[in-house]
Design a protein around this ligand. Structure first.
Ligand SMILES: [Zn+2]
Length: 282
């Protein structure tokens, strides 16, 4: 009898199988995607094609190193990232350079650096502007600041095509910008992710009438945007005291209904090359 009760207790206390969310298998208890940091990055950095179709691709060598055997980010790397920033953001980043970064309400530390494209401005059936990268409307931050899209800025950072940076939320502030965080897991995930909105306009695919069927320009991003994405990644990782796992909006939400398809035309190799330059700093 005692044996039987013991057996029943064991069954009763066996943990329920953890629920995994989406293609990269996010665990809502540990707030972590499945696998080692490198396995997570490999899933989260898949190439995102039109309409959010995914394709496996090689993780840049430097990111493999950072996800496996690299020492934590150094002060010299943080300084190199700060030096890369344009003003006035540089002064702002210097001001917060030794502040802690976000964590969840339960104290789970920041872990994921999520790259987005704004999918704005939206041109519908109109052509993209001729001088896209220098276009004032494309590069203006107004709509991200003035409640056009939401009551509060939708991301931590907005990065335009000339490399200017506008901080919507300081990296210390827990903030959400994916369906995984806002619709599926909820507030307990807030603080685990930082979000970078990288300006890229969109227009309808031929014959399309809804925003789920759009495309961006090629190349998708400018050299300045890759340079700043890398600097932001090194800077916030240095503040966190360890290498964050890079991710993309679409792959974070992959498998969740109505997942956005951003970032489009993102060249992982170029992101890697820019990180490489910064992590050489001693
Ligand atoms: Zn996004």
């Amino acid at each position: 009898m005692r044996k039987l009760i013991y057996a029943l207790l064991l069954v009763g206390s066996a943990p329920a199988a953890a629920e995994e969310i989406g293609e990269c298998r996010f665990d809502r208890d540990t707030l972590t995607f499945a696998g080692t940091p490198l396995e997570q990055a490999t899933c989260l950095l898949r190439k995102i094609k039109l309409m959010g179709e995914k394709e496996a691709q090689k993780v840049p060598k430097v990111i493999v190193h950072l996800m496996t055997d690299a020492p934590p980010p150094s002060e010299a790397m943080k300084q190199a990232a700060l030096a890369a920033f344009p003003q006035p953001y540089r002064d702002y980043a210097v001001l917060h350079a030794n502040d802690p970064v976000s964590k969840t309400d339960a104290g789970v530390p920041l872990q994921y650096f999520v790259i987005h494209d704004t999918s704005e401005p939206f041109y519908g059936n109109e052509p993209f502007p001729k001088n896209l990268n220098m276009d004032w409307k494309v590069n203006a931050f107004d709509s991200y600041v003035d409640k056009t899209f939401a009551n509060a800025p939708v991301a931590h950072i907005f990065l335009n095509r000339v490399g200017q940076i506008w901080p919507g939320h300081e990296f210390a502030e827990p903030w959400r910008a994916t369906k995984l965080e806002s619709r599926v897991v909820g507030p307990t995930a807030r603080g685990r992710f930082v979000h970078i909105e990288t300006v890229q306009p969109r227009r309808f695919l031929p014959g399309a009438t809804n925003r789920g069927a759009t495309y961006g320009p090629k190349p998708g991003f400018t050299p300045e945007q890759y340079r700043m994405l890398a600097a932001l990644y090194v800077y916030v990782s240095a503040r966190a005291g360890r290498w964050l796992i890079p991710a993309q909006h679409n792959t974070v939400d992959a498998g969740i209904k109505d997942a956005h398809d951003d970032p489009q035309n993102f060249e992982m190799k170029r992101f890697g090359k820019e990180i490489e330059k910064l992590v050489k700093a001693r």
